[in-house]
Every structure is written in C-alpha cells, then in structure tokens.
Write a protein that binds this ligand. Structure first.
Ligand SMILES: Nc1ncnc2c1ncn2[C@@H]1O[C@H](COP(=O)(O)OP(=O)(O)O)[C@@H](O)[C@H]1O
Ligand SMILES: [Mg+2]
Length: 269
C-alpha cells in the first residue's frame, strides 16, 4: 500500500492516510526504532486496559523512514471545534472532562510512573528553579500515588471528535499515577499565557478570558463526575508547573514561576 494525503503533523512525525481505515505516522529521521517500538507498546497497553484510544498496528518503512500504523479516527480536533463554534465551546470543555474521567477509570502496570517522570522533568528545570528544586521534589513525594492511566498531555489539540464522540490521540507521555495530576496539567494548559504564533495581539485579552471560562467548565464537570473537590487538583499545580518549565513554552516561564512561588509560600507557612 502507498501513503495518501498528509492529514496532520506533530513534533515527532507527519501523519498520512493509509487506506480507508488507517493512518501512517511517519517519524522524523532522528526518531530511533526503540522510540517507535515504545510508542507501539504504549498503544497496546492502552488497548489491553480498555482505554478509548486508536488501535496501533505494525511498524512499516516508507521512503527510507520509519512509521507506525494506527486506526484512523475521522473528524476534527477539539481545538478546531472550539474555534469554529465558540458558542458550543463550553459544551466541548465539559465533554473533555467526561473523556478525561473515562480514561482515568482504567488502570495498568505497564506504563511509566507519573512521579518518576515529574521528578526527572523538575530536575531538568534545575537551572531555572535553583534551590526550589529540592523543596518541590520533597513536596512531590508526599502526594498520592496510583495505578490509574493518565494521558500526560491532555489538551484540545490532542482530542479528535467524530459524530459527537471524542477520542484522545498522541499518547507518548502516557503514565500511571493520580488522575488529579493529569487534570492539573490540562488546567495549566488552559490557563497558559501562550498563544500560537500568528494570534493577533488584540485577541490576547479576549482569549485569556475565554480560556478561563473553558477551564472553569472543564474543572467543574470533572469535579462533579469524580465527586472530588478542586483542592485535590490544586495540590498538584506546584510540581506540574515546575516540571513544565523545561518545555520552555514561549511566554510561560514568568507565569509558571509565579504559580510555583505562590504555592511554595503556602506550603512553607
Ligand atoms: N489516529 C489518527 N487518526 C486521524 N488523525 C490522526 C491520528 N493520529 C494523529 N492524527 C493527526 O496527526 C496529528 C499529529 O499526530 P500526533 O500523534 O499528535 O503526532 P506527534 O506525536 O508528532 O505530536 C494530529 O494532531 C492529528 O491531526
Ligand atoms: Mg501531537
């Protein structure tokens, strides 16, 4: 079979049509076979655990590059849906919470542990965090553990929507741990001051307001479904914000440091 049209592009690969029901994720040259095998193993662990995620098939070679075949999910991303029908975006934010909650009810032992990943990322941000690094790690150790499946990067551009059903893609950061940590990261992404390049300056304030409203709708729905209080999500903001620093998202550093300092003041008082 030959690859069809390109339907998407990410940090690690281009994604092409492959027949009617599959896509080919074709990795950039620097991605080694072990990485791709690792991604395939994540996909299999998710299927085994009953997580709603695209099925993963075999590894293939195409034009000298390595690729992985996935089940094709037709439909647009949740981000596109939110942008094209703003009046329905609160509904979409609630749907995100429902999908996230359904993922969090699945468990496995076959994925990396959340706290290990966070700890490593926090150490990678040591140059920015300085002496706060140790304090944040000590705080992290005391937070709850779990075997619940977490997506690791759950945001509107990693969700595809078809016939009112949504499904998460891009599971390369999947892990097991406390779902509240996964929700805290989604909330940070909602509230981030980062806007994609090309966003007109005049949109900065309205976008900030819209993102706050969507974040609220998402969190309220998640708390309702999981029957939890916001405090258990808030408890994770400190290590999740610290870990995110090493991603060096444009415009985020000062904002993240502010979140971190506020919470460190509360924990030390
Ligand atoms: N299973 C799929 N079905 C349909 N489109 C997909 C599928 N997987 C990925 N895509 C499209 O390709 C894009 C990049 O895929 P993604 O897995 O996020 O790559 P990366 O790991 O490089 O970020 C997605 O944003 C989406 O548009
Ligand atoms: Mg992606």
């Amino acid at each position: 079979m030959k690859k069809g049209a390109m339907i998407g592009k990410g940090m690690s690969a281009e994604v092409y049509e492959w027949g009617d029901h599959q896509v080919l994720k074709l990795y950039y040259d620097q991605y080694q076979p072990e990485w791709i095998r690792g991604e395939a193993e994540i996909g299999m662990a998710l299927k085994e655990a009953g997580v709603p995620a695209p099925s993963v098939y075999e590894m293939v070679e195409e034009g000298g590059r390595r690729g992985l075949l996935y089940e094709r999910v037709p439909g647009a991303s949740m981000l596109t849906m939110m942008q094209t029908s703003p009046t329905r975006s609160i509904k979409h934010a609630r749907e995100m919470a429902r999908l996230h909650f359904s993922i969090h009810r699945c468990s496995t032992t076959k994925l990396p542990r959340q706290k290990d990943i966070l700890e490593q990322s926090i150490h990678e941000a040591k140059e920015i965090l300085g002496e706060k690094t140790g304090l944040i790690c000590e705080y992290l150790y005391k937070l709850p553990e779990g075997n619940w499946i977490c997506h690791g990067d759950f945001h509107p551009d990693n969700i595809l929507v078809t016939n009112n059903k949504s499904i998460a893609i891009d599971w390369t950061n999947a892990n097991i741990g406390d779902p509240m940590c996964d929700v805290a990261r989604t909330s940070i992404i909602f509230l981030s001051p980062f806007n994609s390049s090309g966003t007109p300056k005049i949109m900065t304030l309205p976008l900030r307001l819209i993102k706050r409203i969507l974040n609220r709708a998402y969190l309220n729905e998640y708390c309702r479904l999981a029957n939890i209080r916001y405090e258990s999500i808030n408890a994770w903001i400190l290590p999740v914000a610290a870990a995110r620093l090493q991603e060096k998202i444009p415009g985020e550093q000062e904002w993240l440091l502010n979140l971190i300092d506020k919470r460190l003041r509360v924990t030390s008082s």
